[in-house]
Design a protein around this ligand. Structure first.
Ligand code: BES
Ligand code: MN
Ligand code: MN
Length: 458
């Protein structure tokens, strides 16, 4: 692949123009009124795959947003790689915190700023261009399939059924995904773990309507006060989650495994500086890396109720709400955790209020073995580009569909992400560094090369 760098140099401007077209489509999956944009993005992906060399590409209906499927079947004796990515993005709000409009990509300081610049449009696009390069230069050594969905950011509600219904079509030797991060620009890593997720919404109701806080305050329980107390009690002084049974299935790591993990470079001072905090916090007895990588967590994502407009209004509100998510680790099952949460939340509510807790979405975590051909091929690809072996790391993030792929399709995934944790994904000013983009373009083609070579030797 001596011509790879030259090919990227010669086509880089076009690559960016193409990627920017996709980014300009505001394919926010959680918004009801964005259906048209979802189809537009799906069609764009389909057209791109065909143009890049797929024999077949189609926009397939699901109960929700469409899935784009594409393939290039070159030789039945070659291994097949299924590339997964998502064309949907998170909402861009709050708009006023963006330095440039979220759906008008702009390059500043060597980074692309836009919603989806990294997650996952920018990362997924590196795969389209690696595919293009390998086909145009006659160096593709695998069959390739693409499954690009439009509902990842809302928990992939339709993809499970899509996989069930398309088992044959999706058969592959490995699923290749770039939707995670690496440790740092010069420290390549392969994500070997993802956390699961159980996302809940709760409602606390006190009096039947808002009350005058002078006439009733002090004599009637206030649902906002009650909700705050209930939430506060979900963690103890050691930042242990207090839901009975919550830790029952948590897989504890051996001292050896923990020592192994601690060898991955991590700069606590840089971590704090990046997010503007003086001190970290978390479960007693665990390091920051462990707190996100191998331990579960519970967070309030949003809380509302009562009067929140300008000025003062003296009321005792009727209702309070919160969105609460729990990140889960291997062996914890999200369905069980949801049940434990609901039971606990209902049981701890005082008689003075009524509570409702419902589940919004969830999924299991994932652990990837490092002794597979696919992992070795990915490792060697990184080594070729960076000159050093990538470090296996467990990420705190979630891509719930990855465990489903294993359960429904029986295929393991390789998480070959090129994002950086500082890319502000899901936040205002999301960005993706051109350097990381380039590194991805330089590395991914080698995965195909080594995967085919190593498979043939087996
Ligand atoms: N790409 C992210 C997940 C991610 C990012 C994993 C960085 C590891 C490192 C994905 O798009 C995402 O945001 N997932 C959601 C879960 C989903 C069910 C909404 C998440 O982790 O919150
Ligand atoms: Mn993503
Ligand atoms: Mn995301």
């Amino acid at each position: 692949m001596d011509d790879l760098k030259k090919y990227i140099d010669e086509n880089h401007d076009r690559y960016l123009e193409e990627l920017f077209e996709l980014i300009r489509i505001p394919s926010v999956s959680s918004k009801e009124d964005h259906k048209e944009h979802m189809y537009k993005a799906a069609e764009w992906v389909k057209d791109k795959l065909l143009k890049d060399g797929a024999d077949k590409a189609e926009v397939l209906e699901t109960q929700g947003h469409p899935v784009v499927y594409g393939e290039k079947m070159l030789n039945p004796d070659w291994p097949t790689v299924l590339v997964y990515g998502h064309y949907d993005v998170q909402p861009a709000e709050p708009f006023d915190l963006w330095k440039s409009p979220p759906f008008e990509p702009e390059i500043r300081d060597g980074k692309i700023f836009a919603r989806g610049a990294n997650d996952d449009k920018g990362q997924m696009f590196m795969h389209f261009k690696s595919f293009e390069y390998l086909l145009k230069t006659n160096q593709m050594t695998c069959n390739v399939k693409f499954m690009i969905e439009g509902e990842e950011e809302i928990g992939s509600p339709s993809l499970g059924k899509f996989c069930e219904d398309n088992k044959e079509k999706l058969q592959a030797d490995v699923i290749l995904v770039s939707d995670t991060s690496m440790i740092g620009p010069d420290t390549p890593s392969i994500t070997t773990g993802l956390r699961g997720l159980a996302y809940m919404e709760v409602e606390v109701t006190g009096p039947g309507h808002d009350l005058h806080s002078g006439l009733y305050g002090g004599a009637v329980d206030n649902p906002v006060n009650v909700l705050c107390e209930m939430i506060a009690s979900l963690r103890d002084e050691n930042n242990h989650i207090t839901i009975p049974g919550f830790y029952d299935d948590v897989l504890e790591l051996s001292d050896e495994e923990r020592a192994d993990m601690a060898r991955a470079p991590f700069d606590l001072e840089a971590f704090k500086k990046e997010i503007n905090i003086e001190e970290v916090a978390g479960e007693k007895g665990y390091s920051t890396m462990e707190r996100t990588g191998i331990r579960p967590s519970l967070d309030v994502n949003g809380i509302w109720g009562g009067y929140t407009e300008k000025g003062a209004k003296t009321i005792l509100p009727s209702k309070a709400h919160a969105k609460i998510s729990m990140r889960l680790v291997p062996h914890q099952k999200h369905k069980k955790i949801e049940q434990l949460f609901i039971k606990h939340f209902e049981s701890m509510a005082p008689k003075s209020v009524k509570v409702k807790a419902e589940f919004l979405h969830g999924g299991e975590g994932y652990v990837s073995p490092t002794d597979t051909v696919a992992y070795q091929a990915a490792s060697k690809a990184f080594e070729t580009t960076y000159g050093i072996k990538p470090i296996p790391v467990r990420s705190g993030g979630s891509i719930p569909i990855i465990s489903l792929f294993e359960n429904v399709l029986g295929i393991k995934s390789i998480l070959m992400g090129f994002g950086l944790d500082s890319d502000a994904i899901h936040s205002p000013n999301e960005n993706y560094s051109l350097n990381q983009f380039r590194k991805g373009l330089e590395t991914i083609p080698y995965f195909y090369k080594y995967f085919a070579e190593m498979k043939a030797r087996k």
